[in-house]
Design a protein around this ligand. Structure first.
Ligand code: NAP
Length: 284
């Protein structure tokens, strides 16, 4: 059996077309959704991510502001910028690109962002809203994974989902979203004793570890849905995920590629969150 591909680029194009249409409608009512992206320091990967986010804003007709600050910026200075963006009515979403330089407390900065503009969904208020099923911003990567499952018409109720990884930005929110859709959820991490025994039971596997070949074909039940969040480099320096794609696609029912899978969906859901933030201001 060869798995069907869940194409993150194609799904992103569809969703971004919908975002563009809604942005146009909002603009007709005098509101242009605006995203502020704040980058501190020179991290090479971060530079690429912020460029892609700003480009996605341009492509969907949103307003964007990219603030680049030197790595020497102090925590107090960054907190003051966040305060200013909180007060800026042209900005509906604020994203502080992580990682931040070591002398800045990232959690403190995230908590300084107004929950109403927390389009990354990392604020403790957003995490609490997700946990309790209240309205709020969902972290973009797991949100994108949920959209991928929705796009193939996958019914999660009663299914066993295994999430590998328990970070605050991917693994934990992913598990909560799957639980909200009535899946039975197992969360695995570095202290999990027998990962294969867990994944072999799974109807859905989400790999969010950051290590190549964490999931191989012998660990996957026939027909399972496999979502690969990981972003790693292979021996040739090419982008690859956590999943042994060539092997697992022989066993799985559905699989996401890397690149072209979860990655583009993350940015797409950032656009969706920013748009929805602007739509909420319209309703106020
Ligand atoms: P993270 O904070 O480093 O978390 C990694 C998780 O994997 C931890 O919970 C860790 O367990 C667990 N883990 C480590 N080794 C393991 C093993 N051998 N078996 C089982 N679990 C293991 O990483 P993250 O921020 O969640 O990101 C995970 C990956 O997704 C990275 O490659 C990152 O680049 C990628 N990512 C991609 C996107 C995208 O848009 N595609 C977005 C975000 C992240 P412990 O908690 O016990 O340490």
């Amino acid at each position: 059996m060869t798995a069907q591909l869940i194409d993150g680029n194609a799904l992103s194009r569809q969703l971004r077309a919908d975002v563009t249409a809604r942005v146009t409608a909002l603009k007709a009512n005098g509101i242009t959704p605006g995203l502020a992206v704040v980058l501190v320091g020179e991290n090479a990967a971060s530079q690429v991510y912020v460029r892609n986010k700003v480009k996605a804003c341009e492509d969907t007709g949103m307003h964007s502001v990219l603030e680049r600050w030197p790595a020497t910026m102090t925590e107090a200075e960054l907190l003051a910028r966040v305060d200013a963006l909180n007060a800026d009515t042209t900005i509906h979403g604020i994203l502080v690109q992580l990682p931040l330089p070591a002398h800045i407390d990232a959690q403190k900065v995230i908590e300084a962002i107004s929950p109403a503009k927390d389009v990354d969904g990392f604020h403790i208020a957003s995490a609490g809203a997700l946990m309790t099923g209240m309205p709020g911003f969902w972290p973009c990567t797991p949100y994108g994974c949920m959209k991928m499952l929705e796009s193939i018409g996958y019914e999660l109720k009663g299914k066993h989902a295994v999430v590998i990884g328990r970070s605050n930005i991917v693994g934990k929110p992913m598990a909560l979203m799957l639980l909200q859709q009535n899946a039975t959820v197992t969360i695995c991490h570095s202290a999990t004793k027998d990962l294969k025994a867990m994944t072999l039971q799974a109807d859905v596997i989400v790999a969010a570890v950051g290590k190549r070949n964490v999931l191989t074909a012998d660990m996957v039940k026939a027909g399972a849905v496999v979502l690969d969040v990981g972003m790693n480099r292979n021996d040739e320096g090419k982008l690859c995920g956590d999943v042994d794609f060539e092997g697992v696609k022989q066993v799985a029912g559905w699989i996401t590629p890397v690149p072209g899978g979860v990655g583009p969906m993350t940015i797409t859901m950032l656009m969706v969150n920013t748009l929805e933030s602007a739509e909420r201001t319209e309703r106020r």
